[in-house]
Design a protein around this ligand. Structure first.
Ligand code: MN3
Length: 199
């Protein structure tokens, strides 16, 4: 199905000073929008026009000749997911089932944060850091470029985009500071908890 660029789930100024409206105007208004345009052009008048975005992503992942379709489709999904991982006055610590599962599977919130920061900062080049559910257990992972947990048998719970376009206007080359700031100030643990609850 043709995809529409989703509206941001917050006012573009609402994440300042941690993520500027300027960053969002490029990241959402140009980068995410370009993936949507590219994808819609690629599926136009093909059998994929009748399929869900998720189905197209999963099928394209298995076919190297569909790399362009996979990259644009997965980047649409990853970005739509990422915006929901952010909220004004976010951060802090998860509560409830997500908190106890982080304790049980990852050795506690502080250890999770360290592991997540390491994944985010050691992803060489462009990509994503993730908290996922795999075989019933939480796991911290990283993916390159457009790669996405759904094609690895994992359910995404939370992510941070570590492509340079996500942070360069606000943090220049300081990716570790960007990731730390998202976790501390913007992380929407309610969204991650909801993803866990329905997984
Ligand atoms: Mn991005």
């Amino acid at each position: 199905m043709a995809v529409e660029l989703p509206a941001l789930p917050f006012d573009p100024k609402a994440l300042e000073p941690h993520m500027s409206a300027n960053t969002l105007s490029f990241h959402h208004g140009k980068h995410h929008a370009a993936y949507v345009n590219n994808y819609n052009n690629l599926i136009k008048d093909t059998a994929n026009a009748a399929k869900s975005l998720e189905d197209v992503i999963k099928e394209a992942a298995k076919d190297p000749s569909k790399a362009g379709l996979f990259n644009n489709g997965a980047q649409i999904w990853n970005h739509s997911f990422f915006w929901n991982c952010l909220k004004p006055n976010g951060g802090g610590k998860p509560t409830g089932q997500l908190a106890s599962k982080i304790d049980a599977d990852l050795g506690g919130f502080d250890k999770f944060v360290e592991e997540f920061k390491t994944a985010a900062t050691t992803q060489f080049g462009s990509g994503w850091a993730w908290l996922v559910l795999e075989n019933g257990k939480l796991k911290v992972t990283k993916t390159a470029n457009a790669d996405t947990p759904m094609v690895h048998g994992q359910t995404a719970l939370f992510t941070v985009d570590v492509w340079e376009h996500a942070y360069y206007l606000d943090f220049q080359n300081r990716r570790p500071d960007f990731v730390a700031s998202v976790l501390q100030n913007l992380a929407n643990w309610d969204f991650a908890a909801a993803n866990l609850a329905k997984a």
